[in-house]
Design a protein around this ligand. Structure first.
Ligand code: BMA
Length: 866
């Protein structure tokens, strides 16, 4: 027997333990609730892992919830009860124990085996191991999982636990289920049910590795791995006549082992790797990963040479090498493997001359975090596979992002996500799953929280990319500043989780990994969570009310969230919404705009900068451009204040369906202009012009290992291209340093602000620009462009050259309008008269070159002025 099965947590090669997936033969039917009669009567083929919605969709029984105004038509699904059923064959295999293992049930589930209830579960975020000894039948077995309506359950629980404030329209805080499953200000309300992760039947004897936690430290030139192993014993191993077993841990090529005597069920094996290669985030070094293997063998001497998996079963009828009379020395009874990295990490939240720092330090090196917030990449998360994660992480890399924060209203992502982040040097930060709400601290919620945290901290603590756990998203801030206190009327609201339970569990299971009580986190309950001098902040007033130049009014220490809305790509928007006419307020568009007063904020946020177009494609471009401009202004400002400011995490990298939102990559996985703005503002080397001390200054940021030296030229240029003033200074910016150079007054003395700009350049770095007036108040004329397009090697794409006859701002090719699968390497380019830009379009569609330079594809800011 040598079943290979990937389970949550790690890759588990079953040896003595047999792991059998139960993913076939499932069907689904409704059992209660407001189900349309034509669906109520039907047995629907079901996919496991999966969800009710996607099964009904695959069967052609419902419309696609992502399209038009369909969301509302499907609200009944979350109000209904459902039953999944399958059968599987089983023959007695001589093993001591048999367990059904559900890696994830969403959410209000009752599990029946051969008609008998074997488990009741209420938590989407846990793994359930259900003992079924004596309940399996020789031959055919019936397995059923009944799901109760999550809407009804959450409603009932919110009364039972006591009302507590939350955002949006369902009490998601009364159930341990992905909060955004009930809708969010970018998410549709699905209220899913289903077996959303793998389900297996596991059979084992004697001893099982119940949990393995390699705690990694770097001590001078030694990499120390304390492998904490918990065992579960069964059969003879649990009895009086049991023999000892041997736990063997290998890291790289170093192996250590320990004997575990009968009666004991845990051990720590220390493995020391001399001079380990250090793991670094991208932009700072490489990502060496070390294989870790842990095995448990029968007998005390543990001679690996004699290890055998014993038997040649098919994974169903696993044969045991050892029988009930104790373990034979050397039999591998269970094995676990994963990968680790050696690095140290701290998040320094400490008093300093300004207030309280928020600095991520890896291997002793303070980092500047170029982050993006991550939400579930699909409203039906079982659909997110490794390739999807890889695409999205590559897009984050394209945006020069070095950290993804997994937001607390979503899920603990699958192992694929964190493994890819480990491989690519993408740092991660994981919120515990509490968002924008107060949470009861009493049972049953408390017990569920503890169990889910134990499961997921144990699963994720191997990952070197993971640098921070946080207690919640916005709940301490919400409690203190959003008027919750009165509504709570003395009820618990979650503080005990954030200050006590969660840090205690992290300390126990994953010691050494930083923990912050919340996001934002000022470092103390005595300091406002919104105080920009202290710790991390979420900056939302600019989007909500104040407009984006006011980002420059605050110099935060760390921004864990801020962002600006824009519509998805045109092709995603028009794939999902078929309104006639299509307008910002047409029926489908309104369903795909979830933010409170979202369209008003889009309009208010645009009008200070551009004119509001009266045609939908121009509106779409204007809002996408304004989104990109807003975030770029903010990021350049934050970076210019390094090291006082130590990072910015853009809200948000991705979407879970096609929707107008803060995302840089839309729900169809396509890059929005914002991603290019992030790429520019997060470049390793940045030249930016910023207001300083009543004047202007060029700030040069060098986030590389090498010093940057060379002349810095600052010019005042008229829109017609004439250089009106120019100065050159010599510049040296040390590695990982920032230098601020005041713009000489003569250069900054604008004669006609509406038709002049400043240009700051350093060889080899993108230039910094400063326009003293907003585009709509400027003399920016219609763009004069000449273009040429050449097809690249057959089927690979096009080279598009654009030459400007006048000042052209923020030139973009919205290539998805020609080919939804096309990408372009650059966007948001500003050209002075006479300058040219070359764009490379990747597209497999042949013969469409000319379409990339039509007016609806080739866009500029100029067209939004005047
Ligand atoms: C913050 C986030 C999310 C939300 C975003 C945009 O509150 O934590 O809850 O989607 O702002 O409003």
């Amino acid at each position: 027997m040598s079943t290979t099965e990937t389970t949550t947590g790690t890759t588990t090669r079953a040896t003595q333990r047999a792991v059998r997936p139960l993913h076939t033969g499932w069907s689904l039917r409704s059992t209660a609730g407001p189900v349309p009669p034509e669906i109520a009567a039907v047995d629907v083929p079901a996919t496991v892992p999966g969800t009710v919605h996607t099964d009904l969709l695959a069967a052609g029984l419902i419309v696609d919830p992502y399209l038009d105004a369909n969301e509302h038509l499907l609200a009944w699904i979350g109000q209904a009860d459902w039953s999944y059923a399958t059968t599987f064959d089983w023959r007695p295999d001589g093993q001591d124990r048999h367990e059904l293992v559900f890696a994830g049930l969403d959410t209000v589930a009752t599990v029946l085996l051969n008609g008998e209830v074997v488990a009741e579960t209420r938590n989407q975020h846990r793994t359930y191991r259900v003992g079924v000894d004596g309940r399996l039948r020789e031959g055919s077995n019936d397995l059923e999982v009944r799901f109760g309506s999550p809407v009804a359950y959450a409603d009932a629980q919110s009364l039972a636990l006591g009302y507590r404030p939350h955002v949006n329209h369902h009490p998601y805080n009364a159930i341990r289920k992905m909060a955004c499953s009930f809708g969010w200000d970018w998410g549709l309300d699905t209220a899913t049910s289903g077996i959303w992760k793998p389900v297996t039947l596991e059979s084992w004897s004697s001893v099982r590795l119940a949990s393995v936690r390699p705690v990694v430290t770097v001590d001078g030139s030694r990499g120390v791995v304390d492998v904490h192993v918990d065992l579960e014993r069964a059969g003879a191993s649990a009895g009086a006549a049991a023999e000892s077993v041997t736990v063997r841990a290998t890291v790289g090529d170093v192996t250590q082992e320990a004997r575990v005597e009968p009666g004991a069920d845990s051990v720590v094996v220390q493995v020391v790797v001399d001079d380990p290669e250090l793991w670094w985030p991208r932009g700072h070094g490489g990502q060496p990963l070390y294989d870790v293997t842990v095995s448990v063998t029968g007998g005390g001497d543990g001679d690996a040479g004699r290890a055998s998996s014993g038997g040649d079963g098919d994974g169903v009828d696993g044969t045991r090498a050892s029988s009930g009379d104790g373990e034979r020395a050397g039999d591998v009874l269970d094995e676990w493997s994963s990968r680790i990295g050696f690095r140290t990490v701290e998040v320094r939240v400490e008093p300093d001359e300004v207030g309280t720092s928020f600095t991520v330090v890896m291997n002793g090196e303070p980092l500047w975090i170029k982050g993006a917030n991550w939400i579930p990449d699909d409203a039906f998360p079982h659909r997110i596979g490794r390739d999807r994660y890889r695409d999205r992480i590559e897009q984050a890399e394209f945006g020069n992002v070095n950290l993804l924060r997994v937001w607390g209203g979503g899920i603990f992502e699958s192992d694929d996500f964190y493994e890819l982040c480990d491989e690519r040097g993408m740092l991660t930060w994981q919120d515990f799953l509490f968002a924008c709400a107060a949470y009861a601290e009493e049972d049953p919620l408390r017990g569920e929280v503890e169990a889910e945290v134990r499961d997921n901290v144990t699963r994720l603590m191997t990952h070197p990319s993971l640098v921070l756990w946080t207690g919640n998203n916005e709940n301490i801030w919400g409690h203190d500043e959003w008027g919750w206190e009165r509504r709570l009327d003395g009820a618990t609201w979650g503080l005990g989780y954030y200050l006590d339970l969660l840090p205690t569990l992290v300390g126990e299971l994953d010691p050494g990994r930083p923990y912050a009580a919340g996001s934002p986190w000022s470092g103390s309950l005595d300091v406002a969570q919104s105080d920009p001098d202290h710790g991390s902040v979420h900056l939302w007033e600019q989007w909500n009310r104040k407009d984006y130049p006011t980002y420059r009014d605050v110099v935060p220490r760390f921004v864990a969230e801020f962002g600006w809305q824009g519509p998805p790509t045109w092709s995603a928007m028009t794939r999902a919404i078929h309104d006639e006419p299509l307008t910002p307020e047409s029926p489908g568009m309104i369903v795909h705009q979830k933010a409170m007063q979202g369209n008003d904020k889009l309009t208010d946020g645009l009008l200070a900068h551009y004119r509001l177009p009266d045609e939908i494609e121009a509106w779409h471009w204007a809002m996408q451009l304004n989104q990109a401009n807003a975030v770029q202004v903010a990021l350049e400002h934050f970076r210019s204040h390094a090291p006082r400011c130590r990072g910015a995490v853009v809200w948000q990298i991705n979407d879970c369906w096609p929707v107008t939102s803060w995302a840089a990559v839309d729900g169809d996985g396509q890059r929005k202009p914002l991603l290019y703005a992030m790429r520019h503002a997060f470049a390793d080397r940045l030249v930016t012009i910023q207001p300083r001390d009543g004047g202007l200054a060029v700030v040069v940021v060098n986030d590389t290992e090498e010093a940057l030296a060379g002349p810095l030229t600052v010019r005042r240029v008229a829109y017609d291209g004439r250089v009106l003033a120019s100065e050159q200074v010599s510049l040296t910016v040390a590695a990982r340093d920032t230098v601020t150079v005041p713009v000489p007054p003569a250069v900054a003395a604008f004669g006609a602000p509406e038709s002049e700009l400043l240009v700051a350049s350093v060889d080899g770095v993108s230039r910094g620009l400063w326009f003293p007036v907003e585009p709509r108040d400027s003399a920016l004329a219609a763009a004069s462009l000449s273009t040429s397009v050449t097809a690249l090697v057959e089927g690979s794409g096009y080279r598009v050259e654009v030459t400007a006859g006048s000042l052209v701002r923020d030139l973009a090719l919205l290539v998805d309008k020609v080919d939804p699968a096309a990408t372009v390497d650059e966007m948001l380019v500003t050209l002075l008269p006479g300058e040219a830009a070359v764009f490379t379009v990747a597209s497999e569609v042949v013969g469409v070159g000319k379409e990339f330079v039509t007016q609806r594809v080739l866009r500029t800011a100029n067209e939004l002025v005047g």
